[in-house]
Design a protein around this ligand. Structure first.
Ligand SMILES: CC(C)(COP(=O)(O)OP(=O)(O)OC[C@H]1O[C@@H](n2cnc3c(N)ncnc32)[C@H](O)[C@@H]1OP(=O)(O)O)[C@@H](O)C(=O)NCCC(=O)NCCS
Length: 427
């Protein structure tokens, strides 16, 4: 039987500008995500962004290309990329995280173990480099658990019916101003940095994503998206502490205001920007695909039923590579001691660990006990780690097995985050 290495060559290389391998990798990745193959301007834009993030690309090339097929293009038949950004783990601590993206395998090469090989090699390199955690967002929810990733945060789409009364119950402070999106970038980056520094679960945005995010260079010609509008909130001190980007689209029976980005560094900015959005005339509904799960707006609206959650799904998946480093980086909400036995097919997190917290700090060490208080697999540990998913809920789901009565409750109080986990970064 032909072995994997007889069939494919895996190449891992840094993304580069004006580089044939990088351009071929982009084309293959777009093929995998059903996107049209890019123009030279689009490739140049992608290369600029990818290099700005120091992304490392992996491709799989067949050792025996078949003439007369896509193989003639020299595109890889599978793609995978990774790069480093910080993850807010609570208490203002930003921990370097290994981000994975661009995962595709051509349909004619599926289920031959290419993803498994790219993933296991990449995670091993990240662990070797000292990264304590890997993160990804998934286009399908059934792929990544087998590699040790568990859902840590969720994303929620909301729709607000503007035909209902949409006043806020309390007064807002500061001022809001409309601004051209072309002028937003420096201020948006600064607001995001403050949002990131105060929000557990947030992942720093890719450096190269801002022009697309603010609609400054989009589509085949990399021109500005002229349908976008922007606004900022200025605190009483005069400092900008929030911004929103949106577009209004006329549909046959309604006019929809779509929020494409809303980032705030303070609660005041969040409410005041919503007050602005709710006051925009000639709009029948407002949609936003990155609303927090625990949304202050639900409570701030006079008629809370004007707001409905139209979609909710997994957002960021986390995979622990170094259990002591990951757990000692985060703050602890209550004192306690719990032993946890972790199973991990890839080995990185496997073992029995004693988690001890006292006075807000924690230590994690290997424990030599016959039976641990709790048993989980590494994917469940990824869901538990930052406190985004309640251990009580995971126990009810059959994913946390309690061997000492009360251990789940103890872990729950130890891991409770200071604010609900949330993030507005896609990667
Ligand atoms: C998803 C995808 C990357 C899988 O690649 P692949 O090379 O076929 O995967 P492998 O052969 O290495 O399979 C690895 C394991 O994952 C499983 N698996 C792969 N794709 C799966 C899917 N879509 N749903 C459920 N399980 C899947 C395989 O059965 C295999 O399981 P096992 O190792 O426990 O036996 C590929 O089908 C693809 O490119 N899809 C379109 C793009 C996409 O969805 N990318 C994901 C972006 S987040």
């Amino acid at each position: 039987m032909t072995s994997f290495d007889d069939a494919y060559e895996l190449r891992t290389f840094p993304a580069a500008i004006d580089d044939d391998a990088t351009a071929a990798w982009f084309a293959a990745c777009r093929l995998g995500f059903h996107e049209s193959i890019d123009t030279p301007e689009g490739v140049a834009g992608d290369a600029r962004r990818t290099v700005a993030d120091a992304r490392v690309l992996t491709g799989a090339w067949p050792r025996e290309p078949r003439p007369g097929t896509l193989d003639d293009e020299q595109w890889p038949v599978a793609t995978f990329e990774s790069f480093e950004r910080t993850l807010h783990v609570g208490g203002g601590t930003l921990l370097p995280a290994h981000l994975i993206s661009g995962v595709t395998v051509q349909p004619t090469h599926r289920r031959r173990g290419i993803l498994r090989r790219m993933m296991t090699d990449d995670l091993a390199r990240a662990a070797e480099a000292g990264l304590a955690v890997a993160a990804l967002t998934a286009s399908e929810a059934s792929i990544y658990r087998r590699f040790g990733f568990g859902t840590a945060t969720r994303e929620r789409t909301v729709t607000i019916d503007r035909r209902r009364p949409v006043r806020l119950l309390g007064p807002t402070t500061g001022t809001v101003e409309l601004v051209p999106t072309a002028r937003l970038e420096p201020v948006a980056r600064e607001v995001f940095a403050r949002f990131h520094a105060r929000t557990p679960g947030s992942i720093d945005r890719p450096v190269g994503s801002w022009d697309r995010r603010l609609g400054l260079a989009t589509g085949e010609d990399q021109k500005p998206d002229r349908s976008l509008r922007g606004a900022v909130h200025r605190a009483s001190s005069g400092r900008v502490d929030g911004y929103v980007v949106y577009r209004v689209t006329e549909k046959p029976t309604e006019t929809v205001l779509e929020v494409t980005d809303l980032v705030t560094a303070t609660d005041e900015a969040y409410l005041a920007l919503w007050e602005l959005l709710l006051a925009i005339d000639l709009v029948t509904s407002i949609t936003w695909a990155a609303a927090p799960l625990d949304d202050p707006l639900v409570h701030a609206l006079e008629d809370a039923r004007a707001l409905s959650t139209t979609h909710e799904q997994d957002h960021v998946w986390l995979r622990l590579l170094d259990v002591p480093a990951a757990f000692s980086a985060r703050p602890w909400a209550a004192d306690g001691v719990v032993t946890v036995a972790v199973s991990d097919d890839l080995g990185h997190a496997a073992g029995t660990w004693r988690l001890t917290s006292a006075g807000g700090a924690g230590t994690v060490e290997r424990a030599a006990v016959r039976r641990a208080d709790l048993e989980v697999d590494v994917a469940t540990l990824g869901s538990l780690w930052l406190g985004g998913v309640d251990p009580v809920t995971l126990a009810a789901a059959g994913l946390v097995r309690e061997r000492r009565a009360g251990a789940v409750q103890t872990l729950r109080s130890m891991l409770r985050p200071e604010r609900p986990l949330y993030g507005v970064t896609s990667f």
